[in-house]
Design a protein around this ligand. Structure first.
Ligand SMILES: Nc1ncnc2c1ncn2[C@@H]1O[C@H](COP(=O)(O)OP(=O)(O)O)[C@@H](O)[C@H]1O
Ligand SMILES: Cc1cn([C@H]2C[C@H](O)[C@@H](COP(=O)(O)O)O2)c(=O)[nH]c1=O
Length: 217
């Protein structure tokens, strides 16, 4: 039986790497797939991993219809055994419904990859629908870590090094590099407590370096 899988984890937890590995393993056994993504950091119609692998992909635009695409391909004599869907958090609710229909009605496996929550800690539309519909939800095994050493569960957005909680939901960007100056927009993975307290690595460092308050009186 075909299944709808949702692989989720914070930014930088290895989702795109796993997407490419999954494609490789299926293709190596002669199965034929299609790779989809949207808003990848590497640019349009690319699926890229921080480990250096990149693969051409089909870009999922807002009005893209998975069901129509797959049915047209099959009708034209094409073969599709599985779909790889990266950055699935950005897909619409309707597009996730189409993926579920493809799994059920056409017996095509679907492997979707994405982050669960946005920089405010709220579920993305695509991820929420995947949690509702997926046959299996897998949490990535490789744990991204908060600066405190705890498992990171949240994706914070920073603007010039300062954590923000308001703004557009979709802003393509990378995780902050510790040895580089703060980017205009970047992300940092944090544990819940430090996300709640808005305590990024830079702020924690600044606070710990701040002089002790003068004794009262
Ligand atoms: N130089 C490196 N050496 C080893 N592993 C690395 C290196 N750079 C990145 N990684 C691994 O790649 C992961 C990020 O992979 P990626 O597929 O881009 O993540 P995601 O799609 O979840 O954002 C990191 O969690 C880390 O495990
Ligand atoms: C939290 C959050 C992230 N994004 C963007 C930033 C990146 O371009 C992608 C996540 O990619 P990754 O492969 O998982 O690292 O999503 C966003 O647009 N809005 C957010 O709130």
């Amino acid at each position: 039986m075909a299944e709808l899988h949702f692989f989720t984890g914070t930014m930088d937890s290895g989702k795109s790497t796993l997407a490419l590995q999954t494609n490789h393993n299926h293709a190596a056994r002669g199965r034929v797939g299609r790779i989809f993504t949207t808003h990848d950091r590497a640019g349009e119609a690319k699926l890229s991993s921080r480990l250096g692998l990149t693969h051409d992909a089909l870009e999922v635009e807002q009005d893209f219809d998975f069901w129509t695409y797959v049915v047209s391909s099959l009708t034209a004599g094409g073969r599709i055994d599985y779909l790889i869907c990266d950055e699935a958090q950005f897909y619409s609710r309707g597009q996730i419904d189409q993926l579920a229909k493809i799994v059920d009605e056409l017996q095509i496996d679907c492997f979707a990859f994405g982050i669960l929550t946005d920089f405010r800690g709220l579920m993305f539309e695509g991820s929420a629908r995947l949690v509702e519909l997926a046959d299996r939800v897998h949490t990535l095994q490789v744990e991204a870590l908060c600066w405190c050493g705890k498992r990171a569960t949240h994706n914070a957005r920073t603007e010039n090094g300062v954590m923000v909680t308001e703004g557009e939901v979709i802003v393509v960007g990378d995780v902050e590099k510790i040895d580089e100056p703060p980017a205009d927009v970047a992300y940092e993975v944090l544990c819940r407590q430090h996300h709640r307290r808005r305590l990024t690595a830079a702020r924690a460092k600044a606070v710990s370096l701040a002089p002790e308050p003068l004794p009262f009186g």
